[in-house]
Design a protein around this ligand. Structure first.
Ligand code: BGC
Length: 364
């Protein structure tokens, strides 16, 4: 093999280990470990984090864990071997704790990204959106769409939650139930199927949770509900925790004669602003989503990383510092919270097109 070709092959194979490496051959500054790609947002998070880290002059690399914690742990161990000085980790589940402990023992800072790393006392910083508020928006989306403030008859709802291994799923659900519970108590809203009042009711929460946020699991559960618990009623709403699961639920409903037109579909919530769901909102198939601008979260995370690497006091523009709410079970970590935005048919254009998150062509 010619020498130049050999060098090219070597560089490509080094880069191939992660999705991108800046300045191959130099040691890594920041390792960016994202949990999965089956939920669209993480590819955007990964791309923005990489871009922002490089723009600040850091060598950075991003990996995706395919919702498999042992795979992500290997990716993080590789970052440590490559000399990473800081890790930004959107974890799959708390099984990441062992590699976070390894990082800590080598003096490497870890920032928990979007998802709290529970069960670990080996890191100090967490950056995310106000996840309780995300859930409140989902609850409010249902209240508004069903006009529950004026309702005199009973509306029927069934409940879904995110992954039982993702701490965010608790916040989303509890936020939503904080809005819905008064209507349930008043009798204008009735839960069909398992009914945890909060995520703390683990026996029932497990029944509505969706392992690893997998669409096929939510779809199968919705089909099952339609044929069993919900067979005798017409559902008015489904609390769905994100857009990926919302569309799976809508797909399941569409095959049932009771819900097979846009007008007869139940009100379904979501979050993330995935392009397919924004189109559903425009077309009246999905009621709402919650926009969490991954560009802002990535920029804020890299600002935080930059401050930590320089030994400076972090000042994160647009984020609220919360030093009391996020307890890993081992310690309360310093958390920076960004603001989510509620989106319906009324404002989807302003939110997604005016902000440049999507181009008009993306929504065709
Ligand atoms: C994130 C959501 C995402 C979900 C599934 C959560 O931790 O906050 O934005 O939809 O994971 O990937």
């Amino acid at each position: 093999m010619k020498k130049s070709l050999l060098v090219t092959v070597l560089v490509l194979s080094i880069c191939g280990a992660g999705l991108f490496a800046n300045g191959a051959g130099e040691s890594l500054d920041i390792g960016l470990a994202m949990p999965e790609t089956h939920v669209e947002r993480w590819q955007k998070d990964g791309a923005s984090l990489l871009e922002d880290a490089i723009a600040k002059g850091y060598n950075a690399e991003v990996t995706y864990g395919d919702a498999d914690q042992s795979k992500q742990n290997q990716q993080i161990e590789d970052f440590i071997t490559k000399g990473a000085k800081l890790l930004i980790v959107g974890s799959v589940n708390e099984g990441v704790g062992s590699v976070v402990a390894d990082a800590a023992s080598e003096g490497i800072d870890v920032i928990a990204y979007d998802r709290l790393i529970t069960g670990s006392g080996d890191y100090d910083y967490y950056i995310t959106f106000d996840n309780f508020k995300v859930g409140q928006f989902q609850g409010q989306g249902i209240v508004d769409a069903l006009m529950l403030d004026k309702a005199t008859d009973t509306k029927y709802i069934t409940l879904f939650a995110g992954s039982p291994t993702d701490n965010n799923a608790n916040f989303f659900f509890d936020g939503a139930m904080s809005i819905l519970t008064p209507y349930i108590e008043k009798g204008v809203l009735e839960v069909v199927g398992p009914y945890p009042k909060t995520s703390a009711d683990k026996a029932n929460f497990t029944k509505i949770a969706t392992e690893n946020w997998k669409a096929d699991i939510a779809k199968a559960r919705m089909e099952n509900l339609l044929n069993n618990d919900a067979s005798g009623v017409v559902l008015d709403a489904v609390l769905a925790p994100n857009d990926t699961l919302a569309r799976a639920i809508i797909e399941a409903c569409s095959t049932d004669a009771k819900y097979d037109t846009t007008e007869t579909l139940p009100v379904v919530t979501g979050q993330d602003g995935e392009v397919a769901s924004v189109k559903y909102i425009r077309d009246g198939k999905q009621a709402m989503t919650v926009f969490k601008d991954t560009r802002s979260l990535a920029a804020a995370a890299i600002e935080l990383a930059d401050a930590l690497l320089k030994g400076e006091e972090p000042m994160i523009a647009g984020a609220r510092l919360d030093t009391s709410s996020y307890d890993t079970g081992k310690k309360v970590v310093k958390s920076y919270l960004l603001e989510p935005v509620m989106v319906t048919k009324d404002n989807y254009k302003e939110v997604f097109l005016d902000s440049g998150y999507y181009m008009a062509d993306d929504l065709k």
